[in-house]
Design a binder for this molecule. Structure first.
Ligand code: ADP
Ligand code: MG
Length: 226
């Protein structure tokens, strides 16, 4: 299998759903070590993304490649989400979009996209692992994806590995002292709380994996099982 524009569209729509479902939780995380707007920011941004996709579909102008879809996601997030989170996430999506112009992505393109997204947001935020930011979800995800591809996992396996690593990365931000962003103003008081951006990044990758699993349904397999 490989992942085409329909997968990327589904990824964006699922990410919007997860953002809406988890809005309150993300905002609570941001209330503890930030300014209590992360869930609202992400939900607003992803709602705007879905509106853009709907308009493109009505006009018959949906991008024909994963890169095209992700570019639309990126530019919409950058235009609609203020604060630190929006531009950083937008950068991640933009770098992923630019990592390949293929009409369908295999594991190699996926690994490259995750690596580029991660390096892009790290560079934009001057973030490194352990700073207690969204990079603490993206970096382990990119590394796990690469390892999964190297041992021959398919796209679903690569994304599953990325999701698991991102979720663990988000959890592992809890004891850390924030070195960047608003949370860093709290110093030691930022310890003991999960970083909201790392948590939302894990959800966004979860949406990518769920979409891939959905797109893998092979009609011949269904016939065999019947
Ligand atoms: P704001 O901090 O402006 O209110 P959000 O609440 O939407 O923006 O996003 C906060 C998240 O942004 C943090 O949880 C963290 O993951 C991420 N973040 C903040 N600053 C940086 C940075 N310099 N590099 C990487 N990520 C960052
Ligand atoms: Mg905030």
């Amino acid at each position: 299998m490989s992942l085409d524009a329909a997968w990327a569209l589904d990824w964006a729509r699922r990410a919007a759903l997860l953002a809406a479902e988890n809005r309150a939780q993300l905002t609570e995380l941001d209330r503890a070590i930030g300014d209590a707007d992360h869930g609202d920011n992400l939900e607003r941004g992803m709602k705007a993304v879905v509106a853009k996709l709907d308009a493109a579909q009505r006009a018959g102008g949906v991008p024909a490649s994963p890169g095209g879809v992700l570019k639309l996601v990126a530019t919409t997030l950058m235009a609609t989400v203020g604060g630190a989170g929006g531009p950083l996430l937008g950068t991640a999506f933009l770098k992923a979009a630019r990592s390949s112009d293929a009409s369908a992505w295999g594991t190699q393109e996926l690994v490259r996209a995750l690596e580029e997204a991660t390096s892009g947001l790290e560079a934009r935020g001057h973030a490194t692992s352990g700073d207690k930011t969204m990079a603490d979800a993206w970096r382990p995800a990119a590394m796990a994806a690469k390892e999964a591809a190297e041992i021959g996992e398919d796209e679903i396996g690569v994304l599953a590995a990325a999701v698991q690593a991102a979720a663990k990365g988000a959890q592992d931000t809890e004891p850390l002292q924030a070195r960047l962003g608003r949370a860093s103003f709290l110093g030691e008081r930022s310890c003991g709380h999960r970083d909201p951006g790392a948590q939302s990044s894990a959800l966004i990758l979860q949406a990518a994996a769920d979409a891939a699993r959905d797109h893998s349904s092979d009609p011949f397999l269904v016939v065999e099982q019947a």
